[in-house]
Design a protein around this ligand. Structure first.
Ligand code: GTP
Ligand code: MG
Length: 315
């Protein structure tokens, strides 16, 4: 979702610059495509137009007009997990099975055209938000398919949830068939080419459609391939292989259709998010501690020694 508007900063010198403060998760772009900034934290402000200069001797005391701009505000989705997968992998079906969301589901690619968020509910009322996103295709980093529209949403989720069809995927009769293993590598590659940092997010792999015939056999094959992905990817064309491989903390086989494996997946999602929260709060604690240590001056041994060597005055 985006919003376009025109603005003009006021005349006058200092203080007339126009700044924007908005809810977090907004990206501001100027009409020339230049990114002006992102609002990622509460209270953050972005300068969007410079104010005009005040009157001076040089300008015969006439103030100049402020900068005029067309600004585009892009809302970036924020969810705990983002579903990443080729079209038809069953992302929307999975979200429907896990939450009360009702995204469109159909047996043709690109059924989902815009993101939808579903809430996964737990018995203790804890909620986890999952974003169903449009299917990704090869070349998405170059804006093929939904391209950037899709990828920018993945930037603002805490974790990634890859969804693959255990039996593989073929977009059209004139495009190559991709096995589940190839799908994992291609999805990783697309994220890497768009923004490498995306791959530092924790990721869960969901192997869907486990109700299909031969699914068990194919799952075994995939697990084997993932264990040896460095060696096996050497057999793939170079442009399919990511620079670094994703090591999924959890690989969960499910069937969104029959419900197989879904209770386990729900538990895994929660465990993974809680683990990440714990790690982040520990990192934050250590950072604070280090900051404090820097602030408190260290009394060196010599200083203590010198102090001790002074004769004590008992009077
Ligand atoms: N047999 C079987 N079919 C499934 C399963 N999950 C989804 N499907 C079917 O796969 C097709 C695609 O499902 P969607 O949920 O629309 O797939 P998607 O990944 O959201 O697709 P896009 O929105 O196009 O990216 C539908 O016909 C579903 O009924 C499953 O676990 N087993
Ligand atoms: Mg969908």
């Amino acid at each position: 979702m985006h919003l376009l508007f025109s603005i003009r900063a006021l005349k006058g010198a200092k203080g007339a610059d126009l700044e924007i403060s908005a809810p977090v998760g907004i990206c501001l772009t100027a009409d020339d495509g230049k990114t002006l900034g992102e609002l990622n934290q509460e209270g953050e402000r972005v300068l969007v137009a410079k104010g005009g200069t005040g009157g001076s001797l040089h300008s015969e005391f006439l103030p100049s007009k402020g900068q005029a701009r067309h600004i585009r505000l892009d809302l970036r989705l924020i969810a705990d997990l983002g579903l990443v997968g080729f079209p038809n992998a069953g992302k929307s079906s999975l979200l429907t099975a896990l939450s009360h969301a009702t995204p469109q589901i159909a047996s043709y690619p690109f059924t989902t055209l815009r993101p939808e968020i579903g809430k996964v509910m737990y018995d203790d009322h804890k909620q986890v938000s999952v974003a169903d996103l449009p299917g990704l295709i090869e070349g998405a980093h170059m804006n093929r398919g939904m391209g950037h529209k899709f990828l920018k949403h993945v930037e603002r989720t805490k974790q990634l949830m890859f969804v693959v069809d255990v039996c593989g995927f073929q977009l059209a009769t004139n495009t190559p068939f991709r096995s589940a293993f190839e799908a994992v590598q291609l999805l990783t590659k697309e994220l890497e080419l768009y923004k490498e940092e995306l791959l530092s997010k924790p990721a869960i792999l969901v192997v869907n459609k486990m109700d299909l015939p031969e699914a068990e056999e194919k799952l075994g094959e995939l697990q084997n391939q993932l264990e040896n992905q460095e060696e096996l990817s050497q057999l793939l064309p170079e442009d399919m292989v990511p620079k670094s491989f994703l090591h999924f903390k959890h690989t969960v086989p499910v069937s969104s259709l029959t419900g197989l494996g879904l209770p386990h997946l729900k538990a895994v999602i929660r465990e993974s998010l809680e683990e990440q929260e714990a790690l982040e709060s520990e990192r934050h604690r250590i950072e604070k501690l280090q900051e404090l240590r820097r602030e408190i001056p260290v009394v060196s041994k010599t200083t203590w020694g010198q102090r001790r060597s002074k004769p004590l005055n008992w009077n």
